[in-house]
Structure formats: C-alpha cells, structure tokens
Design a protein around this ligand. Sequence first.
Ligand SMILES: C[S@@+](CC[C@H](N)C(=O)[O-])C[C@H]1O[C@@H](n2cnc3c(N)ncnc32)[C@H](O)[C@@H]1O
Length: 306
Amino acid sequence: MTAAVKTSPSLASQMINGISAIKPLANFAKHQARQMIIKRAEKIGVPWTQEVEKLKQRDWESDFAQVHNPQISYPEYYLQPFHAYEKGDLCWEAALEVEVAAKAVHARIWQEAGVEGDSQLRQSYHDIIKAQIPHSPQDIMDLGCSVGMSTFALQAVYLQAQITGVDLSPYFLAIAHYRSQQRQANINWVHAAGESTGIADNSFDLASMFLICHELPQSATREIFTEVRRLLRPGGHLTIMDMNPQAEAYKKMPPYVLTLLKSTEPYMDEYFTLDMRQTLMETGFHPPAIIPNSPRHRTIIARVRD
Ligand SMILES: C[S@@+](CC[C@H](N)C(=O)[O-])C[C@H]1O[C@@H](n2cnc3c(N)ncnc32)[C@H](O)[C@@H]1O
C-alpha cells in the first residue's frame, strides 16, 4: 500500500514543526487549539465542559482499583504524548475527555450528521461486518476498547454475545467500568497489552479493533495480529475500523493540516505506510476484505487461516 503522506514539508508545515520544537510556544499553541476544539464542540451540541465536570465529581478510586493490573509493563511507544496530552492515554485528563472528544471529532465526517457522526461511524462499521460475517459471534473481544464506546456499540448489535474489552490504559478502563455499571452491562474489562493479553487460546469468534491501529507502530500491529490469531477460534474473524489512507479526503488534505494531525498522532505515518493486507496474511489470516465505510475510514475483515 502506498502512503498518502507528502514528504517535502510546505512553509506552513515547516512553521508548525518549528513551533512544536519550542516548548513554551508549543504549549501556547496547544492551549489555543484546545480552546477552539471545546468551543466548536459546544457550538454543535456536544456539552464538553459540562460532561467533563460531571465526571470530575466522581471518586474514581474504586473503579480504578477494579480494573488496574499493577503487574503490567507498558511498551515504550505507549508512553509518548498522544492527542496533545503530555502523558498520552495514561492520565485522567485524557480519560475524562474521550467521549466528548470522539463526538466532536466525528461530527465532521458527514456534514449532515453533526453530533450523530460518532454513532453513524460505528453503525457504518457494524453494517459491513454484519453483512460480511453471516453467523453471530458468541464471544467477542474489543481490543483497544478505551472507555467502552466501541464495546457498548458491539453489545447493542450482538445482544447474546459475551464481550471482553481489552485496553492498556487503566484510566480509560475505570471510566468503562463505571459506564458498564450505569448501563447494567455485563462486560469483562481486561487491563493488558494487545500484544500479550494473557487470555487463553481460542477464546473468541470475533476480535474487533476500532480506531486503534493508527496509534500503533508497525511492529506492534504485527505482534497484536499474531496475538489475535492465537485468541481466535477456527473460522473466527478479526475486524478493523480505522482511517483510510486511500481516501480522497487525506490525499486532498493541505499538508499543514496533515502536519498538525501528525503532531498529535505519533504513529500515523507508520499506519499510513503499512500494507495491512500483507501483514494480515503474514500473521495467519486469509486475504482480507477492505471496504470504505465513511469518506475517511475503512473496514477490514479477515478470517483466520486454518
Ligand atoms: C482511539 S482509542 C480507541 C477507541 C475505542 N475503540 C473507541 O471506539 O472509542 C485507542 C485505544 O487503544 C488503546 N491501545 C493503544 N495501544 C494498545 C495496546 N498495545 N494494547 C491495548 N490497547 C492499546 C489506547 O489505550 C486507546 O484506548
């Protein structure tokens, strides 16, 4: 697969790179960008400040203790800043803002969808996997489940299934735990790396990875696919939903916007240049189906090779 990312930086990109290299300037730029994102979110009907304040009121100690695995060792790539949070996914600030941020970002996918963009994106993925995988899976893993948005969406589609959500951030899982209590949803939350989950062989019929691959270096994606292959039963499927490097939207994106995006997504270049089809075939899957499900996203469906 070829990259959609241009290599020679424009003047605007060079300026952004320059600003990012000077810490006080970068912090100021981040603060301004954050204020703009929050303002815009509230304008389209995502009550960012109110929702985050509500979550801040809760004492999270017990939720955290119930999901946290203190034995875990975090891969180096996961300890980098992500999404303009200095501690990446390993902090409360990021965890408390995941839901509103997803709704705000996905409101831009389809102009007419607005605040419903996030649920439409999830729906477009489920429509494809339901059509491509005719039988209903009994045991499902949501890998990179974060605060549970993708997990609850899967549960709404596969009502009879037992679902396990796996993630490396205990902060995100604490929120997921709370949300599942609120919904009285029976979900097994596992604090583990996708590369070595500690879960038994042949545990799942379906493993879903929704918006995680663009956050991974290529070596981690390969290791995770190998682990998922081990966890899937014969005839099982791995399904992936993420950015589509072939989408016109990325090809037409002004280089400085791409530079801004990349400044908060350290592994985006690695994701854009990874040949998913080849990687899946090399890690024990049949050639996958790759189907666009939004103007910017694609769904990948791969069945395990016997
Ligand atoms: C953008 S979020 C995905 C959000 C979620 N699936 C959703 O649809 O809302 C990516 C998630 O992957 C998790 N993650 C990243 N690398 C991981 C790894 N190696 N193992 C497990 N989880 C990982 C992050 O902690 C984060 O919660």
